[in-house]
Design a protein around this ligand. Structure first.
Ligand code: MG
Ligand code: MG
Length: 263
């Protein structure tokens, strides 16, 4: 069963989602060759706790850290390690917080140093997939409309759409109904109602859509070892246009500043 959130609940959710956006910006400022995912995780954990919230992933089904850090061929659920990032890597940082009884959950894939044009394009297209999915998150549409828009855009650019992992409802639980696949058919699936809060999160592979899980029980990797990108926003289904709860604004301010420094 799906249920709409009250406006009061949505405001609390917004605060959780915004804190995730601010945490991702703290992380963004530090990402460069030589920095380890584990160092990013520590910073995020402290930042979240300093803001009176709990890192949602820490201890979730036994997950050992506060961030999921998925480097290169890792799709999602990467466990942060002490292995330094290298020039040309990409890293998906997925962050969740729990505050005042509600979850926020958002992810961004960062470039480390200079990445190849091919990888840049994957990142660009994956972010566009997220935007196209969000555009379909309107009352009266169906979950399949979101998935269709994402799949269509990714595949028309020659990329693979991961099937096994999906977006989700969000609220008092990190994962609520409905599931929000990144593939689907127009007009199929659960009907979207106003006030439904969703985490939409395309996971798009440069090559095959096929994945494996590593023996750590968490990390998802592409079967062909080619890179994978992942962006995630929390949204409220509204009439006519979805409303964003999470934001990349803080992250992108940091990235713009870093770029200025380099140039
Ligand atoms: Mg997430
Ligand atoms: Mg999620």
């Amino acid at each position: 069963m799906i249920h709409a959130k009250t406006e009061e609940e949505i405001e609390i959710l917004r605060q959780s989602s915004l804190l995730v956006g601010k945490t991702l910006a703290e992380v963004a400022a530090l990402i460069e060759p030589g920095v380890s995912p584990l160092a990013l995780d520590k910073i995020a954990e402290e930042f979240i706790k300093d803001h009176g919230a709990h890192p949602a992933f820490l201890g979730f089904h036994g997950f050992p850290n506060s961030l999921c850090c998925s480097v290169n061929e890792q799709v999602v659920h990467g466990i942060p390690t002490s292995k330094p990032l290298e020039n040309g890597d990409i890293i998906s940082v997925d962050c969740g917080v729990y505050m005042n009884g509600y979850y926020g959950d958002s992810a961004y894939t960062f470039e480390v140093g200079e990445v190849t044009p091919e990888v840049k394009k994957l990142l660009q297209v994956t972010k566009e997939c997220l935007e196209k999915g969000i555009q379909e998150a309107i009352a009266g549409n169906r979950v399949g409309d979101i998935g269709f828009a994402i799949q269509q855009h990714a595949e028309s650019n020659g990329f693979g759409v991961v099937r096994e992992l999906v977006g989700h409802g969000l609220g008092k639980n990190l994962h609520e109904a409905p599931e929000v696949p990144n593939y689907g058919k127009r007009g199929r699936g659960v009907k979207l109602i106003e006030g439904l809060t969703l985490a939409i999160e395309p996971m798009i592979n440069l090559g095959t859509k096929e994945i494996n899980q590593l023996s750590d029980g968490w990390t998802i990797v592409t079967k062909d070892k080619k890179v994978s990108a992942h962006y995630e926003h929390d949204v409220v289904v509204r009439k006519g246009k979805a409303e964003l709860l999470s934001t990349f604004e803080y992250v992108e301010q940091v990235l713009a500043k870093k770029k200025e420094r380099v140039n």
